[in-house]
Write a protein of this length. Sequence first.
Lengths: 118, 152
Amino acid sequence: MPRKKDDAETVRLSAIDEDILTVLQSRELYGLEILDQLNPGRPLELSFGSLYPALNRLNKKGFINWRWGEEQDGSGGARRKYYEITALGARTLRDVQHYRMLLAHRAAGQSDLGGALI
Amino acid sequence: MNKKKAGYVVMHHLTDYVSCLSVIGIIALVTIAALEDRHNPCGLIGAKLVFAENAMIILVSLLAITKLIELSTEPQKTFPVNIFLRCLKSTFPEEAVADLVAFRNRLSQSKIPRRIIYWKLFIEVLKLIPDIHIQIKIENLWLPPGNRRVDK
């Protein structure tokens, strides 16, 4: 029974979490770069305020890792945090995308059937 | 003296005058309001009291606006930047500071007026405070304790 609960936890991904994991698939990125990848064409723009809680959530669930970057000029010694997707994150994202695809196929099949009945 | 510095000096003196005017004005208006309240035991709001309230709001707004214009015309660039960084570092985690500074640098390169840059940053910072200090802390109550670092 506990096994089942763990599985349920791993597939719980919000839309923002899913978007972040998708952009992290190709390479490691820091906060502003993630926003740059996500925001073009997005109906509701993401801000830092939505990004950091999502990154914290993904990190705590083990879907992403992070490392410190170099100190930046003019930032008073502040370093960037670079995030990368883990194997668990990649697998979970694949599962969710697979499920969405199934859902789309199922919906398409039902609409075809509906059209045939009419 | 260049044009910008002259503008700043004028705004600085104007802010001083408005500050003095506001303090004197607010004291006078509070006195008027108190007298009006004493002569009006029935609790009806008199015209003088309404005038005093409105005048106080206008004076405080005028003071805030002149101070804002004075700050935006300040010729020394390093002062507000240092203040900005110090405030950020004491309020947010390191990665958020680095990202906000990168965001500011990008806005600076796009030739947007400085007061608009500060306004945008101010809005970002305001939105970030509850998310960093409240939302993340609440979510951590039920999230697993793991914190995955690559270079640990």
